[in-house]
Design a protein around this ligand. Structure first.
Ligand SMILES: [Zn+2]
Length: 161
């Protein structure tokens, strides 16, 4: 059962490691969503592709507000995050037919949070057999050449959902 939880110990962030400051605060302000892999924007939260995905289609739903405190999320933020997550699941189901999903939040570095001081919800599509390729000990499965393509079809699918 251990391996089922491995993705959550290795939460990757959608940013070059050298980015200073908080990517979840900075990226939405930059107004270059395609480059930053921001898939969709709501009023209080946005959806961004993970640049170091566990699987293709690995997304994160993030409140704009900078907070490390899960309990400090407002009702409005929680509702919008849920709504965006539901749409993300629907988009993935329709496009890449996952056999399951991992959805979760890592609170704190020890729990695997790549960006520990800004709460974010991971959505990872799963297929039978993908655990065979489970990275171990913090190794990432980097799929840089696939990201632009993934962004493109997900953006199209998001608009249709
Ligand atoms: Zn932040």
């Amino acid at each position: 059962m251990d391996t089922l939880f491995a993705p959550w110990r290795m939460a990757y962030i959608a940013a070059p490691k050298e980015h200073e400051g908080c990517i979840f605060c900075d990226f939405p302000k930059e107004e270059r969503d395609r480059e930053r892999l921001i898939l969709a924007r709501g009023e209080r939260a946005f959806v961004i592709l993970n640049a170091f995905p566990y699987n293709p289609g690995h997304l994160m739903v993030v409140p704009y507000r900078h907070t490390a405190e899960f309990g400090s999320l407002t009702a409005e933020e929680v509702i919008e995050m849920h709504r965006l997550a539901s749409r993300a699941v629907a988009v993935l189901e329709r496009t890449v037919s996952p056999q399951g999903f991992n959805m979760g939040i890592n609170l704190g570095k020890v729990a695997g949070a790549g960006v520990a001081d800004h709460v974010h919800l991971h959505i990872v599509p799963r297929w039978n057999g993908d655990t065979n390729f489970m990275p171990v000990l913090g190794q990432t499965r980097v799929l840089p050449e696939g990201l632009v393509e993934t962004y493109r079809w997900m953006k199209e699918a998001w608009a249709l959902e």
